[in-house]
Every structure is written in C-alpha cells, then in structure tokens.
Design a protein around this ligand. Structure first.
Ligand SMILES: N[C@@H](CCC(=O)N[C@@H](CS)C(=O)NCC(=O)O)C(=O)O
Length: 205
C-alpha cells in the first residue's frame, strides 16, 4: 500500500462519505475502496470491530470508527481545533451524531409497515426533535461549529442533517429540523463549500 486507503460500502453517504469528504478537503490522495454488499460477510471478520469505515495508512494498523478517523485527519490537516478544550467540544458534537445514529438504527430493521410508521413518527417527534434543539443550543453565530472555518465536526453534522431532512427516512418529515435555524445554516454552509461540492459531485457518480 503506497497511499492511504479508506474502505466503506458502495454508496455516497453516512460514516464513510464523511471520511471521504474530510480526506478530499485535506488534499489527501487516497484509495477509495467501495465494498459491495455481497462481499461484506467475508470481509467483516477481518475488520478491527467488524464494521466500516476503516482507514489504512502506510506503516500503521487499520483505524476503525468514523470519529477517530475524522479527528486524525482533522488534527493532521488543520480541520480540527488545536486548543484541547475546543477540540473536545467538537468531538462531543461528533459523539452526539453517533448516538443519534444508534437511536435511529433499530427502526431500520422493522419490517412491519405500521410498526415502522409508529416508530418513525415517535422518533421524529421526540428524539430527533430534541437532538436538534440540543445541538442548536450549542452552536454559536456560525456558520460552522468553530465559527468561520469548516472542520471535521461540521462534516459530521452535515451528513446526518442531510440524511434526516432528505426524505430518505420514511415517516420522518423533511421539516424535522426546521426549528433549528443555526443547524440548518451550518448544513447549507457545508453544502456550499467548494471543496465539499467538488467531492459530492465526484462521489455520487
Ligand atoms: N461507531 C462506528 C460504527 C460503524 C458502523 O456501524 N458501520 C456500519 C455502516 S455505517 C457497518 O459497518 N455496518 C455493517 C455491519 O455492522 O455489519 C463508526 O463510527 O464508524
């Protein structure tokens, strides 16, 4: 392996895509390995924690967990605060995104349509709404978490807001975060960032 390799599933979303965006913004030439679902069962036991994304850097062991990957990229490429307390605040925000994803995941496995509707409507009204309010309270004037500079925590928030407001989650209204203007401003600012736009145009192909 002569250059970093990021392994994730073959779609332009979620934890893998946020790491790809960070690598792109950092200007890192990386192997973008996209695993087909059919190949996953054989690969899963070989991954450090049986999940993706995983970042491999020449001379180092494989690094799992999206937040660890993002913080590593951020620290090395000026996409994460250098002040330890500020950095920890950004990391807390990133942990909150992971917690939210784990709250939503059980609803992805419900096959009964009525049960799914009830679970998703309750999620939208309760956990998703309160998560948005909590994040909102911690954002300043923005547009990004740290002010004017886009950092890895912003990419993390962008990806989850995109998911929640896209209509991709059945029974979660696209207006679910309309009560969070600062968070929506951050989402817009990340989406408008030229480097992010450039990656998303390339990645979705
Ligand atoms: N906390 C981990 C979660 C990793 C995770 O659950 N990844 C999912 C894809 S987004 C996965 O690998 N699912 C397949 C599986 O668990 O078999 C992270 O942030 O990377």
């Amino acid at each position: 392996m002569s250059k970093p390799r990021l392994t994730y599933f073959d779609f332009a979303g979620s934890r893998g895509e946020e790491c790809r965006i960070a690598l792109h913004l950092a200007g890192i030439d990386f192997d973008d390995v996209r695993v087909k679902n059919a190949d996953w069962p054989a690969l899963k036991p070989k991954m450090p924690f049986g999940a993706l994304p995983v970042l491999e850097v020449p001379g180092k062991p494989p690094l799992p967990h999206s937040n660890a990957i993002l913080v590593l990229i951020g620290r090395k490429h000026a996409l994460h605060p250098t002040d330890p307390f500020d950095a920890a605040r950004h990391e807390a925000m990133m942990c909150a995104v992971e917690e939210l994803r784990h709250t939503i995941t059980p609803s992805l496995r419900i096959s009964d349509p009525e049960q799914k509707r009830a679970a998703r409507e309750a999620l939208a009204k309760n956990e998703l709404a309160s998560w948005g309010s909590q994040v909102e309270q911690q954002l300043g004037d923005g547009p990004f978490v740290g002010g004017n500079d886009l950092q890895v925590a912003d990419i993390k928030l962008y990806m989850v807001v995109r998911w929640l407001t896209s209509g991709a989650l059945d029974h979660v209204p696209t207006s679910v975060l309309d009560h969070c203007p600062k968070l929506l401003k951050l989402y817009q600012a990340v989406g408008d960032h030229p480097g992010v736009k450039e990656w998303l145009a390339k990645s979705a192909k």
